[in-house]
Design a protein around this ligand. Structure first.
Ligand code: MGD
Ligand code: MGD
Ligand code: MO
Length: 712
């Protein structure tokens, strides 16, 4: 290996984080100690660069605050007072508590709560699903992120990867829509720069003049939650001026007439009123986007975080079929290319173990579920948290804390650190960190299979999630073969290794090389929908959705393999603009009391809450801050650098104000991810957010949040 330095052992790995980039790692190990983690310069997408969050990743493994042993609570819930116990005692406590709860209330009184703290096939999103299905617990619907976008995507184009992010280098017109790429998809940016060097124009659609927006050729500020109207306005112009690709539309799309009728209701003047974008800009955007080929749209997750998010993503996803952009290398759109990977979710989740009377509770409704605001029979008597930190990341956090304080709730958390959530647990279990475990990473921003191999042993008594659920299965007396499989056997079962996309890829080769590209065409030749071939029921890009008829839009994987239908808003076959619910226009009474729309996108130096407890990252990120427009600031007597109180009926937090016209009047922006317990008031942004769902996929509508601000 070229990077080999004497005495330093290099082990190949991959970033564990829930991020589209999944960087290729080189672990540097000396005398059994992880001394450095660097990027693999040979990886075509991530090119040896690691983001600011992962700069001190080796040290992160040795953070003195890491949980190293199981512990039991010895003080009041939330006090953080714990005492070391053995694994045996921890497991025995769980067994006896759960046995009693099951006898008295049934197994549905136990609820897991997990998300993407780790992004592995074995230790990530679906880790533990098989165990909890076998236990017969309540099924936790995991829709923190992308479930709205993915549902919309699948309804429109089917489970296809779409545009390869690396192919952006061949685009001539690039729209980054609702994504702060320089923070959240950093390794896509060089491909955009490459395109720009060849003359491409880069447009960013975002209510905030972000770091990314400042780099763009054209920043279009838009009122939050109105993207569906903008897409319809663009269609109005594109169809009205006949600059769409008639041949492509005729051959490869379904429902053009219905879509044209819908778009006709959205002339630029009307869309301007809704979005705050000048009508002439809407016309220019539509014309440039349609006539400059290949044109590309990089969709961010932020668009889904509003009540109409699902339909907005459907509309955005339709644009390249209307213009025929899919014909070209570098044309089309990308939500996340995860659908190219041949997962075997039934093997991972074991839906065959789901009982016929299973109950589903959405994780974003956790506060209501724990406090009884959501009536549940049986009630939740035990919560098992892993890979997630709901006290910081779930909406209506104050209600979650209220629920977690219940004396009759038995809470167990498996964690790396004593997070704001773990603090409320009766039992805390220590988890292994990425450099200490084996996994094949799930990637959602590029097309490489990435293997992470352990570089060092876990410290203390930390275990991977795989080992955690093996121990829990044994404790509960589950003798199933599934819980005795080796990690390689689990990986073999988790993918269809004989699928065309996996041709030539084997675990043996991955162990040697670390990563391999899926067999789905190279970035300079890939045009997956040049001739239609969409993965929808009709095989076409569905402007009128055939799936809309059957009423179930949640993608199965977010529900642990559970396929039953979920009551929700009926969905129109042809998407529409669905306005925000918390806006002064829609709800003047609420707007009178709470006139500002609060957005809470991702922090630059943290990964959700991870690294939020690291000094170096805290310095990079700074204190919790809000950005407020000069008009809104002066009318409230707020100046830059002063503390403000941000509040609504759900809760409050404090932050430092930064007065800037980077945000429009009528809105403010902060970031999610600061540890509530490290903030001034012990709270953070999710104390104010509503547990509201977007119109598809039960996604969170975090952006639909009216607040008021006053000097603290
Ligand atoms: N540094 C860093 N990177 C991350 C993460 C992190 O925590 N930190 N988290 C990872 C995860 S889990 C995810 S899901 C991704 C998400 O990353 P992104 O897709 O970038 O999503 P967000 O950060 O939610 O928001 C991106 C931008 O959308 C804007 N926005 C908000 N509401 C709207 C709207 O209604 N319309 C439009 N057009 N724009 C809007 C915000 O102002 C923000 O600048 O990032 C991943 N990468
Ligand atoms: N207001 C607002 N709220 C949001 C969002 C927003 O934009 N605005 N974004 C939403 C989005 S997109 C997402 S993805 C969610 C993210 O929500 P979460 O997934 O809850 O986010 P994290 O803060 O990364 O918490 C993961 C936890 O898992 C732990 N962990 C990491 N690795 C392991 C492991 O191997 N084993 C175990 N047992 N634990 C591990 C970490 O220490 C961490 O505490 O937040 C959502 N919340
Ligand atoms: Mo996310």
């Amino acid at each position: 290996m070229s990077t080999h330095v004497s005495e330093t052992k290099i082990v190949r790995g991959a970033c564990p984080q829930d991020c589209p980039d999944t960087c290729a790692f080189l672990y540097h190990v000396e005398d059994g100690k992880l001394v450095e983690v660097t990027g693999d310069p040979d990886h075509p997408m991530t090119r040896g660069g690691l983001c600011v969050k992962l700069k001190n990743f080796a040290e992160h493994h040795y953070n003195p605050d890491r949980l190293l042993h199981p512990m039991k609570r010895v003080g009041p819930k939330g006090s953080g007072q714990y005492e070391r116990i053995s694994w045996d005692e921890a497991l025995e406590t769980i067994r006896s508590k759960w046995t009693k709860i099951i006898e008295e209330y049934g197994s549905k009184a136990i609820m897991p709560h997990a998300y993407l703290g780790h992004q592995g096939t074995l230790n990530g999103l679906t880790s533990g699903d098989a165990f909890f299905n076998r236990l017969g617990s309540t099924i936790a619907e995991k829709t923190y992120c992308e479930s709205g976008s993915s549902t919309a995507w699948i309804m429109t184009v089917g489970p296809t990867g779409g545009l390869d992010v690396e192919s952006l280098a061949y685009s001539k017109y690039i729209i980054v829509w609702g994504m702060n790429m320089l923070n959240t998809n950093l390794h896509a940016w060089p491909f955009i720069l490459e395109a720009r060097e060849k003359g491409a124009k880069v447009v960013v659609i975002d209510p905030v003049r972000t770091r990314t927006a400042k780099q763009a050729d054209w920043h279009i500020p838009i009122k939050p939650g109105t993207d569906g109207a903008l897409a319809l306005g663009m269609m109005n112009v594109i169809i009205g001026e006949k600059i769409y690709d008639e041949d492509y539309v005729a051959k490869y799309t379904l429902g053009f007439d219905e879509l044209a009728a819908r778009a006709a209701e959205f002339p630029p003047e009307r869309v301007s009123e809704i979005t705050g974008i000048p009508a002439e800009d809407i016309r220019t955007l539509a014309r440039e986007y349609a006539t400059t080929q290949p044109s590309a749209i990089r969709q961010g997750v932020a668009v889904e975080r509003s009540p109409g998010g699902g339909d907005a993503i459907r509309l955005i996803t339709m644009l390249p079929a209307l213009t025929g952009a899919w014909r070209h290398v570098g044309g089309g759109t990308v939500e996340m290319p995860i659908w190219e990977f041949p997962f075997n979710f039934d093997f991972m989740c074991r839906p065959d173990w789901i009982r016929s009377d299973a109950r589903v509770v959405n994780e974003l409704d956790l506060g209501a579920a724990l406090t009884g605001a959501l009536e549940l029979d049986p009630p939740i008597k035990s919560l098992f948290v892993y890979n997630s930190n709901p006290v910081s990341q779930a909406p209506n956090a104050s209600q979650i804390v209220e629920g977690l304080k219940r004396e009759d709730l038995f809470t167990v958390t498996s964690e790396l650190f004593l997070t704001d959530t773990a603090k409320y647990s009766d039992i805390v279990l220590p988890a292994a960190m990425q450099g200490e475990q084996y996994d094949l990473m799930v990637t959602w921003g590029h097309l490489y299979v990435m293997l992470n191999q352990p570089a060092i042993d876990p410290p203390g008594e930390c275990v991977s999630n795989v080992e955690l659920f093996r121990r829990l299965a044994e404790t509960m007396g589950f003798n199933d073969e599934h819980f005795r499989l080796s990690e390689d056997e689990m990986l073999m079962g988790s993918y269809d290794w004989s699928a065309p996309a996996m041709e030539g890829i084997t675990l043996e080769k991955l162990k040697e090389r670390g990563w391999m590209r899926l067999n789905v065409g190279m970035p300079d030749e890939r045009a997956p929908h040049a001739e239609g071939e969409f993965k929808t029921p009709s095989g076409k890009c569905e402007f009128a959705s055939s799936a809309a008829a059957n009423g179930d839009f949640v993608v199965g994987v977010w529900r642990s393999g559970y396929e039953g239908s979920q009551p929700g808003t009926p969905v129109d076959a042809v998407p529409n603009y669905i306005p925000p619910e918390e806006s002064p226009e829609v709800n003047p009474e609420l707007g009178e009391r709470f006139p500002l729309n609060l957005l809470s996108p991702k922090p630059h130096a943290f990964l959700n809450t991870q690294y939020g407890n690291e000094k170096t990252q805290q310095l990079r990120q700074g204190e919790q801050m809000i950005v407020i427009n000069p008009d809104d600031a002066s009318s409230r007597g707020i100046s830059s650098g002063s503390y403000v109180h941000v509040f609504n009926d759900r809760g409050s937090f404090e932050a430092v104000a930064q007065v800037s016209d980077d945000v429009l009047a009528g809105m403010i922006v902060t970031n999610v991810g600061h540890w509530p317990g490290l903030n001034r008031t012990g709270t953070a942004v999710n104390s104010t957010t509503a547990p509201r769902h977007a119109n598809l996929g039960q996604a969170g509508a975090y952006s639909d949040n009216l607040v008021e601000v006053r000097a603290a």
